[in-house]
Design a protein around this ligand. Structure first.
Ligand code: AMP
Ligand code: GLY
Length: 421
């Protein structure tokens, strides 16, 4: 089968790397891809906003399955467009992806179906929002309704900060139309972790847990990023809490889909807060996480194509994927200045020196005159598995030491929380 992957980051490299191992996969294409992906797939320079060209390409190359990486492509209805053209594509439709691209919709869904989440209110009128926020205990959390590149969540320590956040999101439209509504919610304390589950409408097939590190600097300091590193499993998600995820999040999610008439097929990746009162859902993502996918697929022993196809065929209940025991760790090497302004075009050295126990997933890279150069904020994801977390962590960091580019920065404490718990 020929496969097309949409996207060009570390998540898509991990998807391509894993699908390359499937004996049933013939050619892999990736739009737009990156330098690392071009080692396992043919990269095609088609923008994800050009849906007509993507459909034409998929027909021309007899693509048997397309896999969508990023959220904005789902929100733009890429799945609906491919299906209308009779093409097989992995991911939820625009109507179902609304669970990610509208936080108001997600909160209403959770409230209707008893899925545990932070107490909240939501508003399309900024005066009403200000009134509600002024009565909230501190800290309070202000969230833009729509997609805002991971920047639309503000934790306000004072009511003044809360007022300012609502003003910027709603009145100034700092994140554009994503700010036409806001969710204002209570602050939850606890450890954060995420789960992934394939959902075919009837069954939710749970993957191992993972934990991301969102802040740019060690000890969770600095600005929020797309994610500076992950490890799996996250020991904070104890078997008791995992059971709660199954019964109170996934089972209720499936029942909720049926009750609301939402047809959902694809990955569900909820962000969770493990609070003193149990698991609470922070948000739903309707796609694979980045860089969660890097550690999850590094641990997956089974054929990913089988799982993706079972999801589309509604036969997930028959799948029993196997996972490498032990742990996986992914450390992101980022451009100097990320997540604020950074330069690109820096030559990356040492990629060949990374030992065979680690995998280098490329995120923001491209080829220039035969050399691999930086092309984004997050550049590489150095990923290693091991029989236990300390070994996987040491192997990933040994790989980080091998690579270099001007301005490279990375966190030195990825997986440290997993070792403490
Ligand atoms: P979200 O996009 O909703 O996952 O929010 C982004 C980040 O903001 C999360 O990963 C959390 O670190 C933080 N966050 C979101 N909602 C809350 C909340 N209610 N309490 C505490 N932290 C939160
Ligand atoms: N790592 C967070 C995300 O993919 O949304």
């Amino acid at each position: 089968m020929n496969v097309l992957i949409l996207g060009g980051g570390g998540r898509e490299h991990a998807l391509a790397w894993k699908l390359r191992q499937s004996p049933r996969v013939k050619s892999i294409f990736c739009a737009p891809g990156n330098a690392g992906i071009s080692e396992v797939a043919t990269c095609v320079p088609i923008s994800l906003t050009n849906q007509a060209q993507l459909v034409a390409f998929a027909k021309e190359q007899e693509i048997g399955l397309t896999v969508v990486g990023p959220d904005d492509a789902l929100a733009a209805g890429i799945v609906d467009r491919f299906r209308a053209a009779g093409l097989r594509i992995f991911g939820p439709t625009r109507a179902a992806a609304r669970l990610e691209f509208s936080k108001v919709f997600a909160k209403e869904f959770m409230a209707r179906h008893g899925i545990p989440t932070a107490k909240s209110g939501h508003f399309t009128d900024s005066i009403q929002a200000q009134l509600f926020a002024s009565k909230m205990p501190l800290p309070l959390v202000v969230k833009a309704d729509g997609l805002a590149l991971g920047k639309g969540v503000i934790i306000a320590l004072t009511h003044e900060e809360g007022r300012e956040a609502i003003r910027q999101i709603m009145d100034e439209r700092k994140f554009g139309e994503a700010g036409s509504a806001v969710v204002i919610e209570e602050f939850l304390e606890g450890a954060e972790c995420s789960i992934h589950a394939l959902v075919d409408g009837e069954t939710a097939l749970l993957f191992p847990s993972a934990q991301d590190h969102k802040r740019a600097l060690d000890n969770d300091l600095g600005l929020n990023t797309g994610g500076m590193g992950t490890y799996s499993p996250a020991p904070q998600l104890t078997p008791e809490l995992e059971e709660q995820v199954r019964t109170e999040v996934l089972e209720r999610f499936l029942l909720g889909l049926k009750a609301d008439g939402i047809s959902y097929s694809g990955m569900l990746f909820p962000g969770l807060m493990l609070t003193r009162d149990g698991v609470k859902v922070l948000e739903f993502n309707c796609r694979f996480g980045d860089p969660e996918t890097q550690v999850l697929l590094a641990r997956l022993d089974s054929d990913l194509l089988d799982l993706l196809e079972a999801c589309l065929d509604g036969t997930l209940a028959q799948q029993q994927p196997t996972w490498k025991p032990g742990s996986a760790v992914c450390v992101i090497a980022a451009s100097g200045g990320y997540p604020e302004v950074y330069e690109t075009g820096k030559v990356i050295s040492g990629l060949d020196a990374v030992n065979q126990h680690a995998v280098v997933f490329h995120a923001g890279t491209r080829l220039e005159n035969g050399k691999v150069v930086t092309a984004g904020g997050r550049v590489l994801g150095l990923t290693a598995t091991g029989p236990d977390l300390p070994t996987a962590q040491a192997t990933a960091y040994a790989a980080v030491e091998q690579v270099h580019f001007e301005g490279m920065h990375f966190r030195r404490d990825i997986a440290a929380k997993g070792l403490q718990s």
